[in-house]
Design a protein around this ligand. Structure first.
Ligand SMILES: *Cc1c(COP(=O)(O)O)cnc(C)c1O
Length: 497
């Protein structure tokens, strides 16, 4: 499978796309053609284990990777997850399901792709003959950085530097990153918010001067951010798997359509659902949930992307984003793969902070997507009510998604022509990862310390505490660097050696 750039520049093989992270013209790689999964293939996936299902999907995109190796890498990756099934589907009531994606090493959905990315990258280097050291850069709103470092720690020939907004991640996320082990990792707090962080890192990728300076040191750059196709493709697999689980447990018949609700930030997770649909998975609507930073829900309702607005810090920090990078891929598809128009829009976004869709593009968008948002109070309310009703503690990000899923359900109830469809809400983090906010939402009480929060949530819920969070309490922070966004490249150069 070849990959092309959303901005019309040079294409790449799968391995090249993974190693480069983003296209040299500043665009994002998308598959030249979206591979199809036919009904027969879908049926044949019913019997497969999760790693086999994932290998089947990955094989469609990364066909130059040896199949047996892909399967082995995926099997190893998901063996690091707690419990039998790495992506369990939980039935809440008739027609409502939760897809738990937080059983990996860092308790958030990003583990699903980031436990596999190291293999895709290392093997990718072999396949295209890159012999220099690879330096992986990641801007993180809290979850990517930790998951990427866990995946890459002590990997040969790879170094990883992670940048997070100093005031923009939860205490637990900060502690997870600051205590990271491994000789090849660097963790840097950045003054500013996530968009400042992501922007500064993207600038390094786009700068030939930066690349040349690193080349002198024998280092090539790669990205662990969700713009990397090596992040995107493994995420497609769990939408297939959730669907197949609904069929095998006789909740639906093969061919019935299912809706998914996804808490969105950089638009990577929900974009994978869109690809699953385009590949032929019977998906109805994709419910795109934002928190108070509701730039995506406005975009889906009005067709205007406008990042010029106040930035709020919320209790769902991994969604505190105003420039959703992966949206570039969706607007490229909506435009009928018009690269010059995509370039123009991205330029307009950079210069004026906004761009708009044509009416027929907005219509196509709304045929699949429903955008909504939950404010802070609504999120708390939703987590509280959901717990009262079903005894299940949602994390703050998933609380946002549940609120918007309910908005969508009400809209469908008002529409006499809408046939009922099952809804799968994607759970992106363990409630124990945001214990203070979740405890407050569940009980109305504050708790001073994250670990106390964990204990108390555990006392009132039936959910097991993930081992990796328990251990965190006894680890010493190793990283304390704090820099301004314009000093990030200096830090990168120093770390490169
Ligand atoms: C990253 C993240 C999100 C947002 O996912 P995107 O792919 O960036 O849209 C939502 N919830 C959690 C817990 C996350 O870590």
């Amino acid at each position: 499978m070849r990959f092309i750039s959303t901005r019309g520049g040079a294409g790449a093989s799968g391995a090249e796309a993974v190693v480069r992270g983003m296209a040299e013209d500043g665009g994002l790689y998308v598959p030249e053609t979206i591979p199809a999964v036919g009904r027969e293939e879908l049926c044949s996936m019913l019997e497969m284990s999760y790693p086999e299902r994932a290998a089947f999907i990955l094989g469609k995109y990364f066909d130059e990777y040896p199949e047996d190796e892909l399967l082995e890498a995926l099997t190893d990756a998901y063996a690091k997850f707690e419990g039998e099934d790495p992506v369990p589907l939980v039935k809440i009531e008739e027609g409502l399901y939760l897809l738990e994606l937080f059983h990996g090493p860092t308790c958030a959905f990003k583990d699903i792709a980031l436990t596999v990315l190291p293999y895709l990258l290392r093997k990718g280097c072999d396949l295209i003959g890159v012999r220099s050291e690879v330096l992986v850069l990641a801007a993180t709103s809290g979850d990517t950085g930790k998951a990427a470092m866990e995946g890459f720690k002590d990997a040969k020939g790879v170094k990883i530097a992670v940048f997070y907004p100093d005031e923009g991640v939860s205490k637990m996320q900060k502690l997870q990153m600051a205590t990271q082990e491994g000789e090849n990792v660097d963790v840097v707090a950045v003054k500013g918010n996530f968009d400042d962080c992501q922007n500064a890192v993207k600038k390094i990728f786009r700068s030939q001067e930066c690349r040349d300076k690193l080349k002198e040191k024998g280092v090539v750059l790669s990205s662990a951010n969700s713009i990397n196709v090596g992040r995107l493709v493994p995420q497609i697999a769990y939408y297939f798997s959730a669907y197949l689980d609904l069929v095998s447990s006789e909740q639906i018949a093969m061919g019935d359509r299912v809706d998914f609700a996804v808490p969105a930030g950089n638009f990577g997770n929900i974009l994978a659902a869109y690809y699953a649909k385009r590949m032929g998975l019977p998906v109805g609507a994709l419910v795109c949930a934002s928190n108070r930073n509701n730039v995506l829900s406005d975009f889906m309702q009005k067709g205007i992307y406008d990042r010029k607005r106040p930035f709020y810090k919320t209790m769902s920090p991994s969604m505190d984003i105003l420039v959703s990078s992966n949206l570039e891929r969706l607007i490229f598809e909506l435009s009928g793969r018009d690269a010059p128009l995509t370039v123009e829009r991205m330029k307009s976004l950079a210069q004026t902070g906004r761009y708009s869709l044509r009416p027929e593009e907005l219509q196509a968008l709304q045929e699949t997507f429903f955008g909504g948002y939950a404010g802070e109070d609504e999120t708390v309310e939703c987590i509280y009510e959901f717990f009262e009703e079903f005894n299940y503690p949602l994390d703050t990000h998933t609380g946002v998604a549940m609120h918007v899923a309910r908005q969508y359900a009400r809209k469908r109830e008002d529409d006499p022509s809408a046939e009922p469809r099952p809804m799968v809400v994607v759970c992106t983090a363990s409630p124990y990862k945001f214990p203070q906010a979740v405890y407050y939402a569940l009980t109305g009480n504050d708790v001073k310390d994250s670990f106390k929060g964990i204990k108390r949530i555990n006392l009132i819920t039936a959910m097991k505490v993930p081992e990796s969070l328990k251990e965190l309490r006894y680890k010493q922070p190793r990283f304390k660097t704090l820099v301004a966004p314009d000093k990030i490249f200096e830090e990168v150069l120093n770390f490169a050696g």
